[in-house]
Design a protein around this ligand. Structure first.
Ligand code: CTP
Ligand code: MG
Length: 272
């Protein structure tokens, strides 16, 4: 059991096994170039820079030798950096980097990575490689909530658009428009949810075990890990995310991410 004074032994799961259909680059999204490196390399750097992981477990598209080689050279760079800082007396903990084959869905990829965590891991942050520019401060806020006793914590940002629910029009009104509004969600209560999402490992395991029996439709509706924890009735806490943690999903997102890297504020600037 954690106390507020001791940080749990923490792993970071980086899910990078998606195919990137919506980005439309014809290659796995993790491989897509961003500012001279791949999306995967940027994401790995962000995780390492946060300095909270004893283990980094990366889920990759099965059989992708190029992404595997990128992970391995990143691990070698970390080791070299560790040796340099060790001689100067400023050593930080060296995370073990492990690689697993991702699955058909994001949840399958998370489950594969959870199964490969080292036995002493107590807490885990699950992070989308697609959020390649997530700043260190967000990792720290999530880790701090776990250290303070949360079993689940997510980074969130306020929603800027008004959000409505709709349904397909039918009968006489189908000729007017394809959808009709059924309600307006109260915006002040809404949050957009990002990663890294932090969990007590036992809670995340329980949440994913419960989801293993979902039928195909229900499984397809699982878009993050926190919603599985919510189904267990365990409180999920929310800390402040960051707009630069955007999920690179569409070509426009890639342009925004390139802009962040090239802009005067630097890649991992943090809003006040
Ligand atoms: N992911 C994964 N395994 C999958 C599907 C997704 O590890 N089977 C990862 C992606 O690599 C990404 C994160 O989950 O880092 C969020 O997924 P998303 O942004 O949807 O990425 P893709 O599934 O690759 O993109 P698309 O849905 O457009 O194909
Ligand atoms: Mg996807």
């Amino acid at each position: 059991m954690n106390t507020a004074s001791t940080a749990p032994v923490t792993a970071v799961i980086l899910v990078a096994a998606g195919s990137g259909q919506r980005l439309g680059y014809g290659m796995p999204k993790a491989k897509v170039p961003l500012g001279g490196d791949s999306i995967l390399t940027h994401a790995l750097r962000g995780v390492a820079a946060a300095g909270i992981a004893r283990q980094i477990c990366v889920a990759l598209p099965p059989g992708d030798a190029e992404l595997r080689a990128q992970c391995e050279s990143f691990a070698a760079e970390l080791q070299a950096e560790h040796r340099r800082t060790a001689t100067s007396g400023a050593a930080v903990q060296l995370p073990a980097v492990s690689i697993v084959d991702g699955g058909a869905s994001r949840a399958d990829s998370v489950r594969a990575a959870v199964a490969a965590l080292e036995p002493d891991v107590e807490a885990v942050l699950v992070h989308d490689a697609a959020r390649a520019l997530a700043p260190e401060a967000v990792f720290h806020r999530v880790a701090a909530a776990l250290a303070a006793g949360a079993k689940a914590v997510i980074p969130v940002v306020p929603v800027v658009d008004t959000v409505k629910t709709v349904e397909a029009t039918h009968d006489g009104s189908a000729g007017i428009a394809p959808e009709v509004v059924t309600g307006t969600a109260p915006r002040e209560q809404l949050r957009s949810v990002q990663t890294p999402q932090g969990f007590e490992l036992a809670t995340l395991r329980r949440a994913h075990e419960a989801a293993a029996g979902f039928d195909a439709d229900r499984a397809a509706a699982v878009t993050d890990d926190a919603m599985l924890v919510e189904l267990l009735g365990v409180p999920v806490y929310a800390v402040r995310g960051a707009s630069q943690s955007l999920k690179i999903t569409t070509p426009l997102d890639l342009i925004l991410a390139e802009g962040l890297l090239e802009g005067p504020l630097g890649a991992r600037w943090v809003e006040g």
